[in-house]
Design a protein around this ligand. Structure first.
Ligand code: ADP
Ligand code: ASP
Ligand code: MG
Length: 466
């Protein structure tokens, strides 16, 4: 059995969906279980729709556009009974979405629970369409609403999966159907709490759903079908000569996705690695290309580093003061504060002098965390033990990742040497004890140049790499 996940672009148009159907048909004998994302940009649109409704306006135009796009896809691709049934299912769903928007616009209130409910419609619409298309061309497919099989807690928009129950529900629902050569088409991204509230697993998390499904069913492999040939030495939108990586380890994949390689959701590796299920990244628009294999195997690059990744739109919070030396519980208080706000800290650095602590956070969390830390340390700030708790906006983080970096001297020198030569200022640096990556903060304005220069310094663009 192979779990095959198709991303937003792969199901983004009737033409792309035809490719998806062809791929599924090609691998029919390997018992595919399909996981789908929403059509491209639909989740963004749904978020905007929810916001507009919460401001007291009905998002009529956006709803009509969603309606048009899905109806047109169905009428272009499906025929006969499949077309009729899928149209009925999708139109009923769009009516339900409109009712929800009316409710939100009347209340003028948008809880994260409502955001999740509205966001769930993208995948709930795309899955029946893909299943209907597979049926139209002669396969025996059915759509599965992941809210029936992926059980989560109620941390809306970033829900945590309850694996024991989810594994059980997935096996019960999917295995008998696969045994009869039926093809399940599961909605990515979404789940539900025990009480039935709709949740989502985080932006881009359909990859994670694929791995949750693959792990539960003990699939032979998990294939992530997307719009590039595989995981690359850098984001191809930043580095023109970025190369596809043939093999990377679970650990490398986790590091690169954590540090911004959008091609995979960072949690994807968790269920797969537990059962040592290989993950492949493949291109829906170039299926004959080998793609990237993620497993325990890897190949080491001559210069150690394998890929350069980055995250934009961050900010740096600095807690400074010579009195920090006498305050051993400062890190604990800092983390208690950020955890209380559910803010993700991407990087933390503390110099050995203990004179300052730097935190790297998403831009959206910056001001809230800054105010909370100023409140937490109000007494120390007043007495002068701490000099300042301040924030620097417009920061980006760049990470150099590769298994071969472990124990290889000169990694930092190569990275920072080239940046020094080009007068790019490094604001903070961190290296994990695994030595699998070096990450550092730079100004947003320097982001693209930094990625290009470091990519060049490690000679990653020169030839085909494995
Ligand atoms: P999907 O909709 O299929 O899930 P995503 O847009 O989430 O696709 O991820 C694929 C995109 O990730 C690519 O189009 C590419 O621009 C971007 N990307 C960023 N960094 C990398 C990288 N290191 N390797 C490959 N792709 C990357
Ligand atoms: N549709 C969701 C999103 O855009 C999940 C995904 O595509 O992976 O975030
Ligand atoms: Mg994605």
């Amino acid at each position: 059995m192979i779990v095959m996940k198709f991303g937003g672009t792969s199901v983004g148009s009737a033409e792309a969906m035809r490719r998806v159907a062809h791929i599924v048909e090609t691998y029919r004998s390997r018992k595919p279980v399909v996981v789908v994302s929403a059509m491209t940009k639909v989740t963004d649109t749904l978020r905007a729709i929810a916001r507009e409704a919460s401001e007291g306006r009905m998002p009529t135009q956006a709803l009509e556009e969603l309606h048009r796009r899905h109806e047109e896809t169905i009428t272009t691709l499906l025929s006969g009974k499949d077309k009729e049934q899928t149209l009925a299912v999708c139109l009923a769903m769009l009516d339900e979405l409109e009712d929800i928007c009316r409710g939100i616009s009347l209340l003028r209130e948008l809880s994260l629970r409502s955001v999740d409910l509205v966001s769930s419609f993208g995948e709930r619409l795309s899955a029946p369409i893909v299943a209907g298309l597979l049926n139209t061309i002669g396969m025996n497919a059915f759509s599965v609403d992941a809210r029936q099989v992926v059980r989560t807690d109620d941390r809306h928009t970033e829900a945590e999966v309850d694996f024991p129950i989810t594994d059980l529900l997935l096996c019960e629902t999917i295995l008998p159907a696969v045994a009869e050569d039926r093809i399940p088409v599961v909605t990515g991204f979404i789940g539900a709490t025990e009480q039935g509230a709709t949740t989502t697993l985080g932006r881009g998390a359909s990859d994670y759903t694929a791995s949750i499904v693959g792990g539960a069913l003990q699939a032979d492999e998990i294939w992530i079908w997307t719009d590039v040939d595989g995981a690359m030495t850098a984001d191809p939108r930043i580095v023109e000569d970025a190369q596809v990586l043939e093999k990377i380890t679970y650990h490398e994949a986790a590091e690169m996705s954590y540090f911004g390689a959008k091609v995979l959701h960072p949690k994807t590796m968790v269920p797969a690695v537990r059962r040592r299920i290989p993950i492949r990244i493949k291109n829906t628009f170039n299926p004959s290309s080998a793609g990237t294999l993620i497993s325990d195997e890897t190949t080491v690059m001559p210069l150690g580093a394998k890929t350069i990744t980055s995250i934009d739109r961050l900010c740096l919070i600095m807690i400074e003061g010579s009195g920090l030396v006498g305050l051993p519980d400062t890190p604990a208080r800092v983390f208690k504060t950020t955890a209380g706000l559910k803010a993700t800290v991407l990087m933390i650095t503390q110099a050995s002098s203990e004179h300052d602590i730097c935190l790297l956070l998403g831009e959206k969390d910056g001001l809230t965390v800054l105010h909370a830390l100023r409140t937490e340390f109000a007494r120390e700030l007043e007495s002068g033990i701490l000099e300042a708790v301040s924030m620097q906006p417009d920061i980006a983080v760049v990470a150099v990742v590769g298994q071969g970096m472990k124990g290889t001297p000169g990694m930092a020198a190569r990275t920072f040497g080239i940046l020094g030569k080009h007068q790019i200022n490094i604001i903070a640096i961190a290296q994990g004890s695994s030595e699998l990556n070096i990450s550092f903060a730079v100004s947003r304005d320097d982001l693209q140049d930094t990625v290009r220069l470091v990519h060049q310094a490690f000679e990653l663009g020169k030839k085909k790499h494995s």
